[in-house]
Design a binder for this molecule. Structure first.
Ligand code: PGA
Length: 257
């Protein structure tokens, strides 16, 4: 059976951009979306400080937007945190949870990520749940076990297919210019699909699995053509409208992994 998963390309701006740059980038993307339409779904996740402005700049655009993290709590005494309903209130459609930089910088565990994903879904957001092995884990041959455990530990119960997107991001590939081989990406994505099937076959068929880690304008077409790759989570190359749009243009309308 051919899956009908509309690919998704998400720009993760990380902790980059002041208002002027962020708004200019969003405006450039809105212009690209009009002038060079792509068949795939496109979103950007700016720093929290820019979301309101970016939301304004993308108001009439098909380009969607989201946050980079959310609290597991809906409100209350959690200084500095941002609740999922607050992101939804700004018009966000997505929120990234469990990015490896959050897992390492803030010691986030799978159960933290699961709680954040649950809060996101309850607020009506789609949670982009990130998983991926470290370089040492890959060298030790533990990739499939590590990623499988992260999937089991990070995904909430009772999911609908629209609630989540999974992003496979090998930690050693993020921001390094190194990517796994096409065979290695295909192996991990197939494994994630199998883990999703353990939860529910329908979920496995419908949930999009993105690849992230040093995706750029040059390698995007190759990576996006790999079986079970339903799009990309893009860091560095999402900070320029040209390179990001080249990546979005490289994604085909239907992935048929
Ligand atoms: P990168 O980052 O594209 O700069 O490697 C990807 C990510 O961390 O989401």
């Amino acid at each position: 059976m051919t899956a009908q998963r509309r690919p998704l390309v998400v720009g993760n701006w990380k902790m980059n951009g002041l208002r002027q740059d962020g708004v200019a980038l969003a405006q450039a993307l809105a212009e690209k979306a009009q002038q060079q339409p792509v068949a795939v779904e496109v979103a950007v996740c700016p720093p929290a400080t820019l979301i309101a402005d970016i939301g304004g700049a993308l108001d009439k655009s098909v380009v969607e937007f989201g946050g980079q993290d959310c609290s597991p709590h809906d409100s209350g005494a959690h200084t500095g945190d941002i609740a999922a309903p607050m992101l939804a209130d700004l018009g966000c459609r997505f929120v990234i949870v469990g990015h490896s930089e959050r897992r390492s910088d803030h010691s986030e565990t799978d159960s933290d990520v699961r709680a954040k994903a649950t809060a996101a879904i309850n607020a009506g957001l789609c949670a982009i749940v990130c998983v991926g092995e470290s370089g040492a884990e890959r060298d030790a041959g533990q990739t499939l076990d590590v990623v499988g455990d992260q999937i089991s530990g990070s995904l909430p119960d009772g999911l609908r297919s629209t609630d989540v997107v999974v992003a496979y991001e090998p930690v050693w590939a993020i921001g390094t210019g190194r990517t796994p081989s096409a065979e290695d990406i295909a192996e991990v994505h197939a494994h994630i699909r199998t883990k999703l099937a353990d939860i529910s076959p329908d979920l496995a068929e419908a949930v999009r699995i993105l690849y992230g880690g040093s995706v750029n304008a040059e390698n995007a077409a190759t990576i996006l053509a790999i079986a079970n790759v339903d799009g990309a989570l893009v860091g560095g190359a999402s900070l320029r409208a040209d390179s990001f749009w080249t990546i979005c243009s490289a994604a085909k309308a239907d992935s048929d992994g």
